[in-house]
Write a protein that binds this ligand. Structure first.
Ligand code: PGA
Length: 230
């Protein structure tokens, strides 16, 4: 199974910034690893022909209709996205997303042949009360255990943007409990304070199939360095 490396720009950048980033990244990357860039939705169409696979950062749970502000899976596909992040902890929290709505988003994406990247992860409080495994099982319980080609991103909330990274043992325990749920082989990415300086250790020493990179992905050279390791 080849490693997948995903940049999550979140709500950062501008047209000029992204253009610069793509030029810089293409000059710095030395091989063609599986790289995906999750852009703000408004820029996906403009960058669809830059030779890099693009992802959305969220999608509507509905097909179409009176859902002001939302973007459908069909619209994402039309704009050029081949992947889409769903269930990111920031969206779960800020947009009040439930596991059920994430399942609906998952189905919408599959219908349009877009690969969902399903994010899960525990808060510090869940970790401290040793309920991580239950929490992850609950977040993923809405998905069919027979799902093929599933991509899950394990992102402990307390590790996102904080500089804190779980131990290798903690990552493997969490990932083991995620793999246990599914009957088919799945891809599990790790995300949370990944940088060029810790990416190699994470890839070498844990049972992950790639990385989801937020803050550090905004620097094209740093992200190219991470991509080279995958
Ligand atoms: P971070 O974010 O790399 O800045 O911690 C990861 C994410 O939220 O996907």
């Amino acid at each position: 199974m080849s490693n997948l490396i995903v940049a999550n720009f979140k709500m950062h950048g501008s047209h000029a910034f992204i253009e610069d980033w793509f030029t810089n990244f293409n000059q710095n990357k030395t091989s063609s690893h599986d790289v995906v860039v999750a852009l703000p939705a408004s820029y996906i169409a403009a960058f669809r022909n830059y030779g890099i696979v693009l992802s959305g950062q969220n999608v509507s749970a509905y097909e179409s209709g009176a859902f002001t502000s939302q973007i459908s899976a069909e619209m994402l596909k039309d704009s050029g996205a081949d992947y889409c992040i769903i269930g990111h902890s920031e969206a779960r929290e800020q947009l009040n997303e439930s596991n059920e709505s994430i399942r609906e988003k998952f189905d919408q994406l599959k219908r349009m042949q877009i690969n969902p990247i399903v994010c899960v992860g525990e808060s510090l409080q869940v970790k401290e009360t040793e309920k991580t495994k239950d929490h992850l099982r609950n977040q993923l319980s809405v998905l069919d255990s027979e799902t093929e080609d599933l991509i899950v991103a394990y992102e402990p909330i307390w590790a996102i943007g904080t500089g804190l990274v779980p131990t290798e043992k903690e990552i493997d325990e969490a990932i083991g409990s995620i793999r246990e749920i599914f009957k088919k082989p799945i891809k599990v990415l790790y995300g949370g304070s990944v940088k060029a300086s810790n990416a190699q250790i994470l890839l070498d020493n844990t049972d992950i199939n790639g990385l989801l990179v937020g803050g550090a992905s905004l620097n094209a050279q740093e992200f190219a360095k991470i991509a080279q390791l995958c």
